[in-house]
Ligand binder design. Structure first.
Ligand code: PLP
Length: 408
C-alpha cells in the first residue's frame, strides 16, 4: 500500500551541514571551544561567538502591540505597508518596470514558488554548478530536472557556460527558468560585475525571441555586500529586459535583519508589461493562500516600522557587522594568498569556498575534522563560514588548512 503519491521521491534529505554542526559541537564539548574551529554555521555570529540578533530589530519587534502580533496579515499577498517598504528597500529607485510583490516565508518561499509555477513537471531548471542545496531539492519536489552552469572561467563569471546551458535546455523545452544567486553568491562569495549582468540580460533577451524567460535573482545576502546600497545598482539592467522576460527577485529578511526564524521575505515580480506581472501575481497569490495562507504579521510590521522610522539606526547597526565580516574575510583571503591556499573568486558575503575536485574535498574535509577544524563540503569545494568565526579564530586558519592539505 502506498500512502504517498507515486511521483514523490522517497529518498530522505541528506543534510551535510547539520550533521557536521553536531560533530563540531561534540568536539567543543570534549576539547573546549578554544581548541575547535567551527566554520560550519551559515548565520552571522559576533566576536563573542554567539548569534547576532540586531538590537534595532528585536527592540522594534518587542514593541509591537500584542494584538498586532496575534492578528492575521491584512492580505494573502502581504501587508500593504510591507509591500511598499520591500519595494523601496530592495529596488532603491532602480526599477522603471511593472511590479507586483508577494510576501513569502523567507527567501525559500520566494524561490520555491517562482520555480513551481513556471515549469511543468519533467522540464529543466537551470542553476549554478556550485549552489545552495535547496535549489536542487525544490526541483526534485516539483519533478523537475536540473541543468547546471559552470560558475567561473579565468577568475570571472562564466557567461559562456550559462549561455551554452540555456541553449541546450531551449532545444528540449518551450521556456527557460534560471536562477542567478547574486550578489554575494552562496557559497563562493562572488558578485557579478555590471558588465557581466549586461551580457546576461542581453543574452536572455535573445533567448526570449523564441522562449519566454523567467530569471530568478536570489538576493538572500545582498545586505551584506561590501558595496552597501550600491550593491543594487546592477538592477538598472533589468529595465532593459524584453517584453518576454520576467524577473523574480527573491528577497529575504533572514540575513538582512538577522531574523532567520521569523520566516519572512518576498518575491518581487518585474516585467515590461502589466499583463505579465499581473498573471504571475494572480497565480502566486493563490498558491500562497493554498499553502501558507499569510505571512508572519509581526515580522512584516517590524520590517515596516524599521524602514519607515529607524532606517538610519538599522543601517548603522547592520553596517557595523558588514564591516566586521569584511575584516574577517579580508584577513582570511590575505592569509590564504600568503599560504598558497586556493579558493574560488571571492568578492563579498558570508562564505569563502576552497576550490578543488570532489575527491580531494572529501579527503581534506575529513582530515580537517581530525584536526578539529569543521567546515562544510560543497560540490567541488569546501565552504568556510567566516560569517560565524570570530577574528581570533580566522587569524592563522588559512595556514592551518594549507598545512593539513599538504599532509593529505
Ligand atoms: N538563498 C540562499 C542562497 C540561501 O543561502 C538561503 C538561506 O540560507 C536562502 C535563499 C533562503 O533563506 P530564508 O528562507 O531563510 O530566507
Amino acid at each position: 500500500m502506498a500512502f504517498i503519491k507515486d511521483s514523490a521521491n522517497r529518498t530522505p534529505i541528506v543534510d551535510n551541514v547539520f550533521a557536521i554542526v553536531e560533530k563540531a559541537k561534540k568536539a567543543e564539548a570534549e576539547f573546549g571551544k578554544d581548541a575547535v574551529v567551527n566554520a560550519t554555521i551559515g548565520s552571522l555570529y559576533g566576536e563573542d561567538g554567539t548569534l547576532v540578533a540586531m538590537d534595532v530589530v528585536y527592540d522594534t519587534l518587542k514593541g509591537i502591540d500584542n494584538k498586532k502580533l496575534a492578528a492575521y496579515a491584512a492580505s494573502f499577498v502581504g501587508n500593504p505597508a510591507f509591500i511598499k517598504d520591500v519595494s523601496g528597500w530592495v529596488l532603491n529607485g532602480h526599477s522603471r518596470l511593472c511590479e507586483e510583490i508577494i510576501a513569502t516565508p523567507g527567501g525559500t518561499g520566494a524561490v520555491g514558488m517562482s520555480i513551481e509555477n513556471t515549469l511543468e513537471p519533467g522540464q529543466t531548471l537551470i542553476i549554478p554548478e556550485i549552489a545552495w542545496g535547496s535549489y536542487a531539492l525544490m526541483a526534485q519536489m516539483n519533478n523537475l530536472e536540473v541543468a547546471r552552469y559552470n560558475l567561473f572561467r579565468d577568475g570571472k563569471f562564466d557567461v559562456e557556460s550559462l549561455k551554452e546551458t540555456c541553449r541546450k535546455v531551449m532545444e528540449k523545452q518551450d521556456k527557460l527558468t534560471l536562477i542567478i544567486n547574486d550578489p554575494c553568491h552562496n557559497p563562493t562569495g562572488y558578485s557579478l560585475s555590471d558588465e557581466e549582468w549586461k551580457e546576461v540580460i542581453s543574452f536572455l533577451n535573445e533567448c526570449s525571441k523564441t522562449h519566454p524567460v523567467i530569471l530568478i535573482n536570489d538576493i538572500a545576502y545582498i545586505d551584506f555586500s561590501y558595496r552597501k546600497k550600491q550593491a543594487r545598482d546592477y538592477m538598472e539592467n533589468f529595465n532593459d529586459i524584453s517584453d518576454d522576460v520576467v524577473v523574480c527577485i527573491a528577497f529575504s529578511i533572514s540575513k538582512s535583519m538577522t531574523s532567520y526564524g521569523l520566516r519572512c521575505g518576498a518575491v518581487i515580480i518585474l516585467a515590461q508589461k502589466e499583463e505579465a506581472v499581473h498573471e504571475m501575481k494572480v497565480v502566486l497569490e493563490k498558491q500562497a493562500r493554498a499553502i501558507w495562507s499569510n505571512i508572519n504579521n509581526g515580522a512584516m510590521e517590524m520590517f515596516s516600522q524599521i524602514m519607515e522610522n529607524k532606517a538610519d539606526e538599522y543601517e548603522k547597526e547592520k553596517d557595523y557587522y558588514v564591516d566586521l565580516l569584511k575584516q574577517r574575510t579580508d584577513l582570511f583571503v590575505k592569509e590564504a594568498k600568503e599560504a598558497g591556499l586556493s579558493h574560488y573568486p571571492y568578492k563579498e558575503g558570508f562564505f569563502v569556498t576552497l576550490d578543488m575536485d570532489n575527491e580531494k574535498a572529501a579527503k581534506l574535509h575529513q582530515a580537517l575534522m581530525d584536526e578539529n577544524i569543521f567546515t562544510v563540503k560543497v560540490n567541488k569545494g569546501i565552504r568556510v563560514a567566516l560569517c560565524s568565526l570570530p577574528l581570533d579564530k580566522v587569524r592563522g586558519l588559512a595556514r592551518k588548512i594549507k598545512d593539513v592539505e599538504l599532509k593529505t
